[in-house]
Design a protein around this ligand. Structure first.
Ligand code: PLP
Length: 393
């Protein structure tokens, strides 16, 4: 069973009531430099100004036509028209990206099967446990690059024993490492998926941190999807929690993309069924908040706030990584995003040692993850040195 991140965060909050020096780097929520949540004032204001009819009624289970249209325009950006000519696309609102992941596992797998994930990853096993699935891993890194050989070889192995395989790619700003695939790496991944012609591949592309990537064009990789063949079903897991910083509101979506109209229709119905049989419907307020920010002027204003926090998140990460490098503290290859992982020998013991010194972070395969998005620049100053000293690294 994976470690409970929400519990570590709660412990940190409790400790901070007693000790003034607590550093809570456990959870992926943006806090501003004054340690306040709600770093995007325009979002807070929009939530408070929602009229009753945008909050109280039941919504359409999939979010409704307007929401789906807005979502597709938002996520695909300049590639919307092109993607629409290559794919039959539909979507279903979900309570966070988590809802999209959980329902995808439920729809596309049978108990006892395995999902295909990297050895360093976010807590996909929580969703897998619930769906009674196993995890089948490939190595994420080969030095500072994506380990394409391991990805291919391990997928080969799994595809020999299992017809339908859910392949999860978390990109950009991979949680927990902050790694982002290059366009070339992404292209090679698509080629490998295309080669699995005898299998039924479900490509679950978890782009929760899409807006926090510092690539020149953060949607360019989406424009490469049309090369995927018929046997690959693509599901994009969108997170409104991360996009708008509304973690508790529960906003997300599963976007279905296939090359067969009937198949997309059928899968869309399966998501609706999944929703009705579990969470019922995504909160109306979340759906309407998204619709509000899809109006051109509102979106423009939102992007100003987003840019401000995005720049700050990157500044924090760069500060941490620069200090770490200077003192020889090793991290996984980092490009951008909410987190970075410090490599340690015994993560399960090391995070407890850090907690004894009031530093709260999360153990991961190969190291301890620090959510730099929630720390101020002041807290980050000197933090790598403290970690190095406490853990004798
Ligand atoms: C990689 C990744 N995917 C998906 C999610 C889901 O987020 P939410 O359910 O809050 O939208 C998270 C949240 O931390 C995440 O880190």
């Amino acid at each position: 069973m994976a470690v409970d991140i929400l519990k570590i965060s709660k412990d940190a909050v409790e400790a901070s009531k007693i000790y003034p020096d607590v550093i809570n780097a456990s959870i992926g929520m943006f806090y501003d430099e004054d340690k306040k949540i709600g770093g995007m004032p325009i979002v807070s204001k929009a939530i408070r100004n929602l009229p009753d009819e945008d909050i109280f009624p039941y919504p359409a289970v999939d979010g409704g036509a307007q929401f789906k249209k807005n979502l597709i325009t938002w996520v695909f950006g300049p590639y919307e028209e092109n993607l629409k000519t290559h794919f039959f696309i539909n979507a279903c609102a979900t309570p966070g990206g988590s809802g999209a992941i959980a329902s995808t596992f439920s729809i596309f797998s049978k108990p006892g099967e395995s999902i295909f994930v990297s050895d360093i990853r976010w807590q996909y096993e929580r969703f897998a446990d619930r769906a009674k699935l196993n995890v089948f891993e490939h190595a994420l890194f080969d030095g500072d690059a994506f380990n394409i050989t391991s990805f291919e070889n391990r997928l080969d192995e799994l595809c020999k024993n299992q017809h339908r395989v859910i392949v999860i790619i978390n990109d950009p700003c991979h949680n927990p490492t902050g790694f982002t695939l290059s366009e070339h790496e992404f292209d090679r991944i698509l080629d490998i998926l295309n080669r699995k012609k005898k299998n039924d591949i479900v490509f679950l592309y978890d782009l929760a941190y899409l807006e926090f990537s510092h690539e020149t064009n953060n949607r360019k990789k989406l424009s490469m999807l049309p090369k995927l063949d018929q046997h690959v079903t693509t599901i994009l897991a969108f997170s409104g929690s991360k996009t708008f910083g509304v973690y508790g509101l529960r906003l997300g979506a599963a976007i279905v993309m296939t090359k067969d109209e009937e198949r997309t229709k059928k899968i869309h119905m399966q998501y609706i069924n999944e929703a009705r049989g579990s969470w019922s419907a995504t909160p109306t307020a979340s759906i309407e908040l998204f619709n509000k920010f899809s109006i051109a002027d509102n979106k423009k204003a939102f992007l100003v706030d987003l840019d401000r926090i995005n720049t700050l998140v990157q500044k924090r990460s760069v500060s941490f990584i620069t200090q770490a490098k200077a003192i020889g503290l090793k991290t996984h290859p980092f490009r951008s995003g909410f987190y970075t992982v410090v490599l340690t020998k015994d993560p399960d013991q090391d995070y407890l040692k850090l907690a004894e010194h009031h530093i709260y972070a999360v153990p991961m395969n190969g190291g301890v993850r620090f959510a730099l998005c929630s720390l101020s620049l002041k807290e980050i100053e000197g933090l790598p040195q403290k970690i190095k000293s406490i853990l004798n690294l």
